[in-house]
Design a protein around this ligand. Structure first.
Ligand SMILES: C[S@@+](CC[C@H](N)C(=O)[O-])C[C@H]1O[C@@H](n2cnc3c(N)ncnc32)[C@H](O)[C@@H]1O
Length: 254
């Protein structure tokens, strides 16, 4: 890893240690016990993963591992990978409380200490998909997958990013306020972590360069009765009813 990469990952770990103390540790209780698999801020029920029973799954940037826990309940064999010890501590506590056990690995998605071709499914639900360098984690996802294995990743939509003001946690506006052409890495004022935001064209190019075909891009829409999330209020529900606030990419390794 380069020193710039080390610095960025350390900044993300510091940020997520704070976020864990603020709310993700508290939220894990409810998320781990709810068996429903859903995507994103507005709870879109999954209709794309299909039957995951018996699949070897790795989640990159697994956080408190609630998503992996839901897949374990559905019969998958998940491994949860995340660089933030505090997030993994919460996952460990929830494993004790629920009896749902699977491996937890402390690592960044840029360099995953797991063997080649050992998974059927790679997931990133607002994990590596947003906080890891895509030029580093997509090759890792491809390496970890068996031929024909699938990759699902959810992140803030390209459009939402372009409509988000610079300051941390300012709600999205109804016009473009950021350039699309520019560095992928974004650091928000008032927030320590680094995020990566790509255009659809850049995602497609990078996915193809790493041997993926794209089966679908699901542009998630907030349902009519959705309300703005208590913490993740950067995407207001009324905005996400009109434009896609979150992009769910569904890919396959050729
Ligand atoms: C929103 S949480 C993930 C939510 C997750 N789906 C869950 O079930 O809790 C984002 C996670 O990304 C992790 N992260 C930050 N930088 C990362 C990197 N370079 N590689 C992998 N994960 C990273 C953070 O530690 C944090 O736990």
């Amino acid at each position: 890893m380069s020193s710039a990469e080390d610095e960025r990952i350390a900044a993300n770990v510091a940020q997520w240690t704070r976020t864990n103390a603020e709310f993700t540790d508290r939220d894990a209780e409810r998320q781990w016990r709810d068996p429903q698999v859903y995507w994103g801020e507005f709870g879109t029920r999954d209709e794309w993963l299909g039957d995951v029973a018996g699949l070897d799954v790795v989640e990159l940037g697994a956080g408190t591992a609630y998503f992996a826990a839901k897949l374990a309940r559905a019969g998958a064999r998940p491994v949860a990978v995340d660089p933030t010890p505090a997030q993994l501590d919460t996952a460990r506590r929830m494993q004790e409380e629920t009896g749902l056990r699977f491996p937890l690995v402390e690592a960044a998605a840029e360099s995953v200490p797991l063997p080649d071709a050992s998974f059927d499914l790679v997931i990133s639900e607002y994990g590596a998909s947003l906080w890891a360098d895509p030029e580093r984690w997509l090759p890792e996802a491809a390496r970890l997958l068996r031929p024909g294995g699938r990759l699902f990743f959810l992140t803030m939509s390209t459009l939402a990013h372009l409509c988000t003001p610079d300051e941390d946690n300012q709600p999205i506006v109804n016009r473009l306020v950021r350039p699309q052409f520019g560095p992928w890495e974004t650091r928000w004022a008032g927030y320590d972590g680094a995020e990566f935001h790509l255009s659809h064209g850049d995602w497609i190019r990078l996915l193809r360069a790493n041997g993926f075909v794209i089966d679908a891009l699901h542009e998630l829409q907030a349902p009519a009765d959705a309300t703005t999330h208590e913490y993740y209020f950067v995407i207001p529900a009324d905005w996400a009813r009109r434009w896609p606030g979150e992009d769910l990419w569904e890919c396959r390794k050729t």
